[in-house]
Design a protein around this ligand. Sequence first.
Ligand SMILES: CC(C)(COP(=O)(O)OP(=O)(O)OC[C@H]1O[C@@H](n2cnc3c(N)ncnc32)[C@H](O)[C@@H]1OP(=O)(O)O)[C@@H](O)C(=O)NCCC(=O)NCCS
Length: 337
Amino acid sequence: MNGLRPVGILATGSYTPDKVLSNADLEKMVETSDEWITSRTGIRERRICAEDQASSDLAYEAAVRALNKANISAEDIDMIIVATVTPDHSFPSTSCILQERLGAKKASAIDLSAACTGFIYGVTTATQFIANGMYRYVLVIGVESLSKITNYEDRNTCVLFGDGAGAAVLGPVPEGMGFKAFDLGADGSGAKLLSLPGGGSRYPVTKETVENKMHYLTMTGNEVFKFAVRVMNSATDTVLTKAGLEKEAIDLLVPHQANLRIIDSAVKRFGLSEDKVVINLDRYGNMSSASIPVALDEAIQAGRVKEGDNVILVGFGGGLTWGAALLTWCTREQNGE
Ligand SMILES: CC(C)(COP(=O)(O)OP(=O)(O)OC[C@H]1O[C@@H](n2cnc3c(N)ncnc32)[C@H](O)[C@@H]1OP(=O)(O)O)[C@@H](O)C(=O)NCCC(=O)NCCS
């Protein structure tokens, strides 16, 4: 990071709701089949939050797990960044609700809107604050309750999405470790390809917006698919180049979990063996900003990430947005300032 303090992920935590919605369940709700869903997407089931669960509830569970693993008290957190497109409310921010519930009294708190790329935008933002010395510990959370904005009568979208939360505690790490390169991008010309049209200041909630189902997410799937394949590869290329590494140096790729065919294209392009790619979309579907941190947390829990490994997080989503981050894995904190 060009002479700035090195920053890494000290610990992660994740939480997914108990309720499982399987492909067989969806067959009873819309005109679809397990065969269609698994062959086109790789998804077999997804988690759905309870009626009384909001995003801050999922985020809280993931955050507590990450803080416990990092052995850091909530009171020591300097900033909370919540990446989400399904906040509890338009305002106050979900991060403020979480700050109070965690007792993170000294933390500043912001929500970040970059759709499925939110966690990558979040860790990139957090890193700047720690690297320049303003903060020591930042809690970054990707959380979604997508079931609350999904139309379960629309087979084009309802088979894809699920709910969950993943959290990471970022802090200083020894020289040579931690984040080595980032790539963030946006292309607003594709804004309409993936959106939640109603409920904002363009189309405030009215009887008509609800009747027209504008409170549900909409997507032009095949256009997003082409975009996703392109930027997954280019963002991964960019962070490798910026870090001065070849594709052979990748120890673990943690891609956004939208569609197995999108991930497969990156796997082929970078010549990765199965053990070098984290895939959990078969169990969770696409959890937007939560997909990458949940996948990373599961990989850590399964012992798939070792000290010194080069890990790439890469994602894409609504906006349109994309991003990648390359880090050399290290959970040890930097001593001193
Ligand atoms: C959505 C997606 C799985 C659709 O797969 P696809 O192979 O592109 O399929 P198409 O969109 O071409 O649709 C093919 C047909 O399947 C139908 N279909 C769509 N969803 C279906 C479902 N759940 N079950 C059965 N048929 C379905 C379509 O209606 C279409 O029928 P038609 O040819 O009679 O019009 C795929 O485009 C995709 O994954 N896109 C990216 C989505 C994404 O990543 N979104 C989140 C970004 S963060």
